[in-house]
Design a protein around this ligand. Structure first.
Ligand code: UT7
Length: 350
């Protein structure tokens, strides 16, 4: 086929309506099959099964095999979300990730292509562990402005490719995975309608969670990177405190914007960074921990995939039921944080 024949004609699509709400109508996930237990980590690092489980709530995590990348997980989760929504096309793909396949270009266009979403707009969002919330807000914005009628939002990360294998702290926490949702244009009263959103950042604390080398700051020096600086680094103790504070604040902000109170929330699905952080948020908000979904024991901290993986696990177990008011929240590097609300739709997670 000639280049002109491949590009033309453009399909005639009616302009979507402006001002629509984004309605969550499909949910899919994908985890690598390789399980790494706490005992596996304790067998090679100066830590113990008890320390990891007691200090983080994590029992095991999934890790990709050599050669498997973020796009591989994102494609699987995206396909499942489309199946869950019973759709075969969307207008845009937003991929939240901190571990793209390459520094350039973005990974989303390749993911869209491999799913068969030809011509869809596609871009990456990097807000580290808040990425999925930023991705949802981006998708909702594309729908509200009439740019897209349907959006696939994927959170996918392979932190095993950036954690220092010799670091007992980060190697014990992070796992790989992907989760995706389909958003469609709809009305604010529908089950699944997202909003309002609360998003925020504080770049003053950018170095609390960082991969120091590999970007223009280091490369422009033309000096070789410091040994170890290509790995993910985190000031765990400070991040721990800030995660509780900012996720609690963001939850309160989004409820204030919605004119709702904490008692109106049936379930909280927040970033699974550490079970003690989830418990800390429940405590700070004065809410029973039973209202907080938890799946960190089986998957660890999966960064941008954390919130959709937690939603899917609670949907499958029946913990999330249609009609319940759900608060989604996250916190991550940047620093960044965010929250949104929805009434849970009648969907099946795939
Ligand atoms: O995803 C978004 C961003 N990430 C997070 O939100 C993660 C936030 N941080 C955390 O979850 C926790 O800070 C960690 C799990 C990273 C660490 O737990 P902690 O309870 O805050 O431990 P700590 O850093 O205060 O260290 C306590 C002790 C230290 O020993 P000393 O100085 O008291 O002798 C550490 O060296 O525990 C030691 N330690 C370990 N010991 C055994 C740290 N990691 C380990 C380990 N095994 N894996």
């Amino acid at each position: 086929m000639t280049e002109a024949a491949r590009v033309l004609p453009f399909p005639e699509t009616p302009p979507p309506a402006r001002g629509a709400s984004a309605v969550l109508c499909g949910l899919g996930t994908w985890l690598p099959s390789r399980v790494v237990t706490n005992a596996d980590i304790a067998s090679r690092l100066d830590t113990s099964e008890e320390w990891i489980r007691g200090r983080t709530g994590i029992r095991e995590r999934r890790v990709v095999d050599p050669g498997v990348s973020t796009s591989d997980l994102a494609v699987e989760a995206g396909q499942r979300a489309l199946k869950s929504a019973d759709l075969d096309h969307v207008d845009a793909v937003v991929l939240a990730t901190t571990t793209p396949d390459h520094p350039c270009p973005a990974t989303a266009p390749e993911v869209a292509h491999r799913i068969g979403l030809e011509r869809a707009a596609a871009f990456d969002v990097n807000a580290v562990c808040t990425g999925f919330l930023y991705g949802l807000a981006s998708g909702a914005g594309l729908i509200a402005t009439g740019v897209a009628e349907r959006v696939l939002v994927i959170g996918a990360d392979t932190f095993s490719t950036i954690v220092d294998p010799a670091s007992r702290t980060t190697a014990a926490i992070f796992g790989d995975g992907a989760g995706a949702v389909v958003l469609r244009a709809g009305a604010p009263h529908e089950l699944g309608a997202l909003g309002p959103f609360d998003l925020g950042s504080d770049g003053q604390d950018a170095d609390l969670i960082t991969v120091p080398s590999g970007g223009s700051r280091q490369r422009s020096t033309h000096e070789p990177p410091e040994p170890g600086s290509e790995f993910f680094q985190m000031e765990g103790r400070t991040v721990f405190r800030k995660a509780i504070y900012q996720m609690s604040g963001s939850a309160q902000n989004v409820l204030r914007k919605a004119g709702l109170g904490l008692r109106d929330v049936d379930r909280f699905v927040i970033h699974q960074a550490n079970i003690r952080i989830v418990n800390g948020v429940a405590d700070m908000l004065g809410q029973p921990v039973a209202k907080f979904v938890r799946n960190i024991g089986e998957v660890g901290n999966t960064a941008a995939a954390s919130v959709p993986l937690a939603m899917a696990s609670a949907c499958e177990s029946g913990e999330l039921r249609a009609g319940q008011r759900v608060l989604l929240g996250a916190f991550g590097g940047g620093l960044t944080w965010g929250a949104t609300l929805l009434r849970w739709p009648d969907i099946e997670a795939m």
